[in-house]
Design a protein around this ligand. Sequence first.
Ligand SMILES: [Zn+2]
Length: 238
Amino acid sequence: MFSGHLGFAYLLKLLPVTNNISLGTLFLAAQWPDFLLGLTLILGHDWGSYDPSLAGKTFPFKTHLPISHSLFGWLLGIGFLAVFQAFWRRCVTLSEIVTLSVGALSHWLLDVLVHRGSIPIFPTSNDPSNFVGLSLWDLPNSTVFGLEMAILFLPLLLLLITGRLKLGAAASVSLLILIIIHVVFQYNSNFIAPFSTDNMLSKDNGPVFLGLMVVLGLLCHFSDNNSTQDVTSKVKTN
Ligand SMILES: [Zn+2]
């Protein structure tokens, strides 16, 4: 899953508890395992390899993601997000930590929906019962694309209708770029990459993957005027 994780960050932004959490931080939470994956690919702990038996299907890779995509990775995420939010806001409440933790857990749950029995529960066990996944990626590629777009756009629409997302000129441009990157990346994942043998989860692609996540996180942050105003007011009060 790719765009659906951003959709969950948008869903969290609908809640009053996220009034003081930047959309960029919510994205960091919902996409946390993929940020971590950039690092674990570079370090060689996690990896993926092309599986010819899945040619033509969405995400035709076998994966080994014990650190980034297990519940251990989720626990690491809770710690990191608490420190990040405390650093960013100078204070952090328990309900904010719980919300960010739910965001990080949503990544694990959404990935369990789509992966083919390859999402680990614990990082160290190779027992088959340690791996889960409901294989929605075996559905027709156009259905998978439609699902991802629905999970992305429905919460975004609600954010815009309810006025929870404050859009100025710069924020509108950031949002537009963010959405274009997501639609193009998702289109590529469902309709072009399945017919290529290129392995996006190789060690060499680790820095690219991490860089993409950072760029998307920054675009998220700047696509909400509230986030940028928060920083400005914090600078003024210091
Ligand atoms: Zn993931």
